[in-house]
Write a protein that binds this ligand. Structure first.
Ligand SMILES: C[S@@+](CC[C@H](N)C(=O)[O-])C[C@H]1O[C@@H](n2cnc3c(N)ncnc32)[C@H](O)[C@@H]1O
Length: 237
C-alpha cells in the first residue's frame, strides 16, 4: 500500500504510533476494556436505528470493528466504507473484512478523499480525540453527509461519581499504560491514551464543538458509568 500523506503537523507521530501498535490493538482493546468495547460499538451502531439500504462512512476505522458491526445488521446497509490513515491498521482491517461488503480506504479525517453529501451516516469511534484538528475532521464529516444525515461519535470520558472516578483514573492512568506498554512493546502509546482523553473536550464542551461544526439536535449519553460518551447529531436539510 502506498504511503498515506497527512497534511498536518503532529499527525505523523499519531499515524506512526497507530502503525506501531496495530498488531496488538484488537487484543489490548478487549483486554483493557474487559470486552466492553464491543458493546460500546454495538450501541453506537444502534443509534442509526435502521441501517437497511443506507450508506455509511466509518472515519478512523482502525481494524474495522464498527464497519463489521454495521455489516452484521439485517437487513444490510447498501454501502459501508471505512477510512483510516494508518496503513497497518487498514491491513489488519482488510483481513477481517475479507468476504464482507465493506470497502476500506486510506485517508485523513481532516481531508476526507470523498465527494460531498454521499452518506446517510458517519461514525467515528475513539477516533476524533486523535485528530490533529478535531474541528476540521467534524466539518469534513458534515460535508460528506447527505442532508438529514446523522453523525455518531464514541469517545472516552470519565465517570462523574467521585469515588468511581478515582478508581477508574487510577486504573486508566497507571495499570492500563503499564499493561499496554508490556504487551504492545510501545513506550508511549498507552500513556498517550489517558493523556489524550484528559485533554479532549467532553460532554457539553464536545456538544458545542459538534454544533459549531454544523450539526444540530446534538445530544449525548454516558455509557458504563461515564467511561465512554456517545454523541449524536444531524445535518440540516
Ligand atoms: C483508537 S483507534 C480507533 C479505531 C476504531 N475506530 C475502533 O473503534 O477500534 C484510532 C484510529 O484513528 C486513526 N486516526 C487517528 N487520527 C486520524 C486522522 N487524522 N485521520 C484518519 N485516521 C486517524 C488511527 O490510525 C487509529 O486507527
Amino acid at each position: 500500500m502506498e504511503k498515506i500523506v497527512v497534511p498536518l503537523r503532529g499527525a505523523n507521530q499519531i499515524q506512526a504510533m497507530f502503525n506501531a501498535v496495530a498488531p496488538h490493538y484488537d487484543f489490548l482493546n478487549r483486554l483493557l476494556s474487559a470486552g466492553y468495547d464491543r458493546r460500546w460499538r454495538k450501541l453506537a451502531v444502534n443509534e442509526f436505528e435502521s441501517v437497511a439500504s443506507k450508506t455509511f462512512l466509518d472515519v478512523a476505522t482502525g481494524t474495522a470493528d464498527i464497519a463489521l458491526e454495521m455489516a452484521s445488521r439485517q437487513p444490510a446497509p447498501h454501502k459501508i466504507i471505512g477510512m483510516d490513515f494508518s496503513q497497518s491498521m487498514l491491513e489488519l482491517g482488510n483481513k477481517k473484512v475479507s468476504g464482507q461488503d465493506i470497502k476500506l480506504i486510506p485517508g485523513s479525517a481532516e481531508n476526507i478523499p470523498l465527494k460531498d453529501k454521499i452518506f446517510d451516516g458517519v461514525v467515528t469511534a475513539f477516533g476524533v480525540r486523535n485528530f490533529s484538528d478535531a474541528e476540521q475532521g467534524l466539518r469534513e464529516m458534515h460535508r460528506v453527509l447527505k442532508p438529514k444525515g446523522k453523525i455518531v461519535v464514541l469517545e472516552f470520558s470519565f465517570p462523574q461519581n467521585g469515588l468511581l472516578q478515582w478508581f477508574y483514573r487510577f486504573y486508566f492512568e497507571n495499570i492500563l499504560p503499564l499493561t499496554g506498554r508490556i504487551i504492545s512493546g510501545h513506550k508511549n502509546a498507552y500513556s498517550y491514551l489517558p493523556a489524550s482523553v484528559a485533554n479532549f473536550p467532553k460532554g457539553n464542551e464536545f456538544k458545542k464543538m459538534l454544533e459549531e461544526s454544523g450539526f444540530h439536535n446534538v445530544s449525548y449519553k454516558q455509557l458504563t458509568f461515564g467511561i465512554v460518551t456517545l454523541y449524536t447529531g444531524l445535518k440540516n436539510v
